[in-house]
Design a binder for this molecule. Structure first.
Ligand SMILES: [Zn+2]
Length: 173
């Protein structure tokens, strides 16, 4: 079968299948949410941002993080004051990275942690290094920049209905 024929056959199949999918009770929503991050404000940490994005994409199957100039998550570098984010916890926010702190702690872990807030995760400073949201809690020797299984499962659940949920913006570190 050539490509054109396959496309026609696929279109017919979709037209038939769509009403069945809509009416199927209990079917898990197969929604993949793409969230765009504008890297322009983070010139000193592009490799670390790339690694943070890769870590999240590997851990959560239904959320895809992509760098794009018109991203709904933006970045800013500051010197001192600590890293933090102002976010709605659902794919929109501003992440501020403190370059002084990034010289003490793993910058990849910091960036991945702040992205975690933008994906709806709260801080858990008393957690172990294996948790991303334990943040500075485990100390400067903690280099882990990957969410653990529980954190990844929570983000998957947070976006099970895509970007439908609307939440208030708040600032957390
Ligand atoms: Zn935090």
């Amino acid at each position: 079968m050539n490509g054109r024929g396959f496309a026609r056959a696929f279109g017919v199949a979709m037209a038939i299948a769509a009403p069945v999918l809509v009416s199927a009770p209990g079917a898990e929503a197969a929604v993949t949410t793409t969230i765009y991050l504008n890297p322009a404000g983070l010139p000193g940490y592009q490799a670390q941002l790339d690694q943070s994005i890769a870590n999240w994409n590997a851990a959560v199957p239904n959320v895809k993080l992509v760098k794009r100039s018109t991203g709904t998550i933006t970045f800013r570098q500051v010197s001192g004051g600590g890293s933090y984010t102002n976010t709605n916890g659902h794919g929109r926010g501003t992440i501020v990275i403190d370059t002084v702190q990034a010289g003490q702690y793993s910058p990849t872990r910091i960036i991945a942690h702040e992205i975690g807030h933008n994906l709806g995760l709260p801080d858990h400073y008393t957690g172990p290094c294996s948790e991303l949201m334990s943040g500075h809690g485990p100390g400067t020797s903690c280099l882990n920049a990957k969410p653990d299984a529980r954190e990844a499962a929570q983000v998957k659940q947070n976006f099970i209905n895509g970007l439908a949920a609307v939440q208030e913006f708040k600032t957390v570190s």
